[in-house]
Ligand binder design. Structure first.
Ligand SMILES: [Zn+2]
Length: 400
């Protein structure tokens, strides 16, 4: 079993490279993916794939960590980005197919679907009005579901096949290929997940993981929001489909989703890939709130100014009015902000602005002060991470 629990985004460098201690949770038999960045994250932090992997490799060396670890080029959208990650030695490629997914299909009625569809006898023979058995459950693509599947995912499948054939299958080192269809307008219907999986297999595309978009909301930095009953029913089918086709279910923006971790562990039988999203960064900022209140107040005020701009890059429903005003809080109350969803999202999505902000003379406004603070406090930071990531793992593996 290869289960990956990833440290994410800016958290990699903060949590691993400057931490001084890689925490290994031996009993979970997990293959960690220590380096994981999307192009969005590289741009927002002004980093490169080489830089991220160098920091992680050095930390692994310094700590005498002997197990393997992975490096994920996350949410790559073009063949140039895939080249960049592979050339940098990344062992996992997460192909984001969202730009090839047609989000206009969901609102169409049957007549509009028929009008948009170009008859494809091969696909009709394979899927239309066919029943598919997956672990005792019958999945069926009736005409409406079939038309939607072809129209929503057809171009994304073509793109995935092209990247697989041109980049992945002939890469200079082994690559775990992930198809991500999670950043789309609508949740992935389980029957559509089946269609995507079956088409990948038929087209000869070997995937290690697939990331559907689950029902409800997986927003950054906060717990799951949505109908737990529906989530459980659909997760059961998604997990069965992944097993049926021999890959792992990948869960994006997976950190802090304590309400669903036990279900994820249970239905995937521990064979999942969970990408954490910047939760290490939030722990790092919590530590600033705990130990350097005046620096925290400066950063928080700047985050409030930057929030509208940062929202261009992330889907969040944060209400800034619900965050207590800084001047109403005593210093010892500042860490409590990290138990409040809106404040968590405020600090979460503004990481790039905070780390990138410059003074008039070109020096960094916060970055150098933050990094020297974390270096000084790395024992305390490691303890926070161990508790927080440990709680994730305990909940994920509770029922296994
Ligand atoms: Zn994602």
């Amino acid at each position: 079993m290869l289960t990956s629990v990833r440290s994410a985004g800016v958290g990699d460098r903060l949590g691993i490279a400057t931490d001084g201690h890689i925490r290994v949770f031996e009993k979970y038999d997990a293959m960690p993916v220590f380096a994981q960045q999307s192009i969005r994250e590289l741009n927002l932090t002004g980093r490169t794939y080489d830089d991220v992997l160098d920091c992680v490799s050095f930390a692994v060396f310094r700590n005498g960590f002997k197990k393997g670890f992975g490096a994920d080029g996350d949410h790559l959208k073009t063949s140039e980005e895939v080249d960049y990650a592979i050339e940098s030695g990344y062992t996992m490629i997460t192909l984001d197919c969202s730009e090839y997914i047609d989000n206009t299909i969901d609102g169409m009625d049957d007549a509009a679907l028929e009008a948009a569809y170009h008859a494809d006898s091969t696909l009709e023979a394979l899927y239309l009005d066919k029943n598919f058995e997956v672990e005792g459950e019958t999945l069926r693509l009736d005409r409406t579901a079939f038309l939607r599947a072809v129209l929503i995912y057809g171009k994304a499948l073509d793109f995935a096949q092209k990247i697989y054939e041109e980049k992945i299958s002939c890469a200079p080192h082994a690559v775990d290929f992930e198809i991500s269809i999670d950043e789309t307008a609508t949740p992935t219907d389980p029957i559509h997940h089946y269609f995507v999986a079956a088409e990948l297999l038929r087209r000869g595309v070997k995937v290690a993981t697939v990331a559907p978009r689950f029902c409800g909301e997986f927003q950054k930095g906060v717990d799951y929001r949505g109908d737990l009953g529906q989530f459980e029913r659909e997760l059961k089918t998604h997990a069965a489909i992944a097993r049926h086709f021999g890959y792992k279910l990948s869960i994006h923006s997976g950190s802090d989703k304590f309400a669903v971790f036990e279900l994820i562990g249970k239905y995937t039988r521990g064979n999942f890939h969970l990408k954490t999203a910047g939760t290490n960064w939030l722990e790092a900022m919590r530590l600033v709130a705990m130990k350097d209140p005046s620096l925290y107040r400066e950063v928080h005020a700047f985050a409030l100014e930057s929030f509208e701009d940062a929202k261009r890059f992330y889907h969040v429903t944060t209400d800034l009015d619900r965050i207590p005003a800084l001047d109403s809080l005593r210093d010892d109350q500042l860490p409590e902000l990290f138990t409040q969803d809106d404040a968590r999202q405020l600090i979460h999505i503004t990481y790039g602005h905070i780390l990138g902000a410059k003074n008039e003379d070109g020096s960094f406004r916060f970055r150098d002060r933050l990094y020297s603070f974390w270096r000084k406090e790395r024992e305390a930071y490691a303890a926070l991470l161990e508790a927080h990531i440990g709680r994730h793992l305990q909940t994920l593996y509770k029922s296994i």
